[in-house]
Design a protein. Structure first.
Length: 597
């Protein structure tokens, strides 16, 4: 919930994001279109309620009028879709919030099993278009879909209170109903990204086959924080990345956190059969690349002022002290003390629940993955906490999402598969030229680091698993010398692993059934666990003395290029083992470092 152009983790302005800033661009785009006599519609496709300290404040302080719907009402939104993170505070919360919107809140593939449901499955907008000086009616249908995996990802909040259908099945059914009800055009608000080009059941990122469905005319997509039109999708089957066309239909993916405004311009024709699209154009406008400087919308800035002040005050509350800086610039190639701290706190919170159980003598491991690693979120999106006294905002910086602690029992063979999946983040090294270390199509928050075991990743080998968790080549493996306390891990050796609820529920498509042997725990928020550990309210855990979890196998390759934030320059000594060579920055301002393996 990025309402303001402010980074609450670093306690500094961030001009690249925020609804208050995007709102200024919305106003300009609306005025431009209206001057040309065009009908203007404004949509949002989800994940607007959670993800920042401001969102946490709004959910916990429970102001009479939540700032998000109030802002959307001011801007005149025509319909709002829902995303998976919108359910992160539970059904009671979302049902209360949806009643505050003056426009329809739509989710076509989720149905509540409870008496109250704050959203509708579809919406029909009755509007008019000026034709030859005459206002002619047009009926626009709106459907909205989110990943069916939401039921698992948010199971700790949703329990068994919802049913979620497959994206394509629900969209096709809803589009047919809207056409039957007389809709001239249909817009899909798809909280989903570009994935498989072919229709498959239960797709998380289903926009390509979604665009192939009969009846859907335009799509607002998202979920993955990527942009379309945009170069990231060049060469992707059935996608014209330059023009924002997917299967010939206009699609926009407007980044994340209000970083972009997506525009779809439809030129319509009308004949005896009704309205039809003559021409379509898709465009993105970035708040940090505008021809003239974009400033916050004064009306929204005033609306958010109280929450902004309260959020900063909450975030400034002291928690404890840390002896070393905590940063995420090198999370993918060097020890990350922030990840180690999370993993250690998780283990410390778990151990009391293993006493006097059948798992009491099992070795305890702990998994943690980076959440702030630049990439699609830009050069500023890294953790960088100084040594010494730290506050709530620093803990939130380490632990962005309000996940809960889970524990599972797994074998040594599953540990290996877990690490093989993590290692899929890396590109295969080449004997000819340096390659980028990270595959841009693999998200960094799927790089689980397992603290308590050690291994080496051999990047001369191809990845064993693809992004969906399927084996790409059973004859290859990147994990070498997997060990626990200096001894090789046996395939049938048993471990208890502390992890978060997102991974335990299947998030990331890891080829491990985390649910099979899950250990029951009470509701324990990892953010609070971390605060307790830093403040000294939890006992010091043995994982504090665990060795570095992973290194890389030496190779004869030409090395790799690490792309990271400019703030990394003050920590370069941590890369000494790689003989780091600084390269010119890329066009987005990221620092580039050549590493030798």
């Amino acid at each position: 919930m990025h309402m303001t152009s402010y980074d609450y983790y670093a306690d500094r302005p961030n001009p690249d994001v925020g609804l208050a800033r995007t709102a200024s661009m919305i106003r300009v785009a609306q005025e431009q279109a209206e001057r040309n006599g065009a009908l203007v519609l404004l949509f949002d496709n989800g994940d607007s309620l959670q993800g920042t300290p401001f969102g946490d404040w709004a959910a916990e302080a429970m102001p009479a009028q939540h700032p998000l719907p109030k802002a959307f009402n001011i801007l005149g939104y025509d319909a709002v879709g829902l995303g998976n993170h919108d359910f992160g505070f539970g059904l009671k919360f979302i049902n209360r919030i949806t009643g505050q919107f003056e426009c329809p809140v739509v989710c076509s593939n989720m149905k509540s099993n409870t008496p109250e449901q704050g959203w509708v499955s579809q919406a029909i907008l009755q509007r008019t278009i000026s034709v030859g000086g005459e206002d002619v009616p047009i009926s626009i249908g709106v459907l909205s879909v989110l990943p069916p995996q939401t039921a698992r990802w948010e199971a700790h909040m949703l329990r068994d209170d919802v049913q979620i259908a497959d994206i394509l099945t629900a969209a096709q059914r809803t589009a047919a109903e809207l056409r039957k009800d007389g809709c001239d055009l249909i817009v899909a608000l798809a909280h989903s990204g570009l994935g498989s080009a072919e229709a498959q059941p239960e797709l998380e990122n289903a926009v390509i086959p979604l665009a192939a469905l009969t009846g859907i005319d335009a799509i607002v997509a998202g979920h993955t924080h990527l942009t379309l039109p945009g170069a990231a999708h060049v060469g992707l089957k059935r996608v014209d990345s330059n023009r924002g066309l997917v299967n010939g239909k206009p699609v926009v993916m407007p980044g994340w956190a209000g970083s972009h405004l997506g525009l779809i311009d439809l030129t319509l024709g009308r004949d005896i059969d009704g309205w039809h699209i003559v021409k379509s154009e898709a465009e993105l406008r970035a708040v940090n690349q505008a021809k003239s400087p974009v400033t916050d919308c004064p009306e929204l800035a005033q609306l958010f002022a109280q929450g902004h002040t309260a959020t900063r005050a909450r975030a400034a509350k002291p928690v404890g002290n840390v002896p070393h800086p905590l940063h995420s610039y090198f999370s993918f190639c060097a020890p990350d003390r922030g990840l180690a701290l999370i993993a250690t706190a998780q283990a410390a919170a778990l151990r009391p629940y293993l006493i006097n159980t059948e798992w009491a003598d099992h070795p305890v491991l702990s998994a943690a993955a980076p959440t702030k690693f630049g990439g699609r979120a830009g050069t500023r999106y890294y953790t960088d906490v100084s040594a010494g006294s730290i506050s709530v905002r620093n803990v939130a910086d380490l632990c962005v999402f309000p996940n809960e602690l889970r524990a599972t029992l797994i074998t040594g063979e599953q540990v290996r598969d877990w690490l093989e999946m993590s290692a899929g983040l890396f590109n295969q090294l080449s004997l000819n030229d340096p390659v980028n270390l990270i595959d841009p199509l693999r998200a960094g928050y799927y790089f689980d680091v397992l603290h308590g075991v050690t291994c080496r990743f051999d990047l001369s080998q191809p990845a064993r698993f693809d992004a969906t968790g399927r084996i790409t080549d059973p004859g290859h493996s990147r994990v070498r010398d997997l060990a626990f306390q200096g001894l090789p891990v046996a395939p049938d050796q048993r471990f208890v692993v502390a992890l978060n609820n997102y991974r335990a529920s299947g998030g990331g498509n890891f080829p491990v059934d985390f649910q099979a042997d899950q250990i029951n725990l009470p509701s324990l928020r990892i953010h609070e666990i971390l605060c307790d550990y830093i403040a000294g309210r939890s006992p010091v855990d043995p994982l504090e003395q665990a060795p570095q979890p992973f290194t890389f196998e030496p190779t004869r390759s030409r090395g790799a290029i690490l792309t990271t934030g400019p703030g990394a320059d003050k920590y370069l000594e941590e890369l000494a083992d790689y003989d780091p060579q600084i390269l010119p920055r890329d066009t987005d301002g990221f620092m580039r470092i050549h590493l030798t393996f």
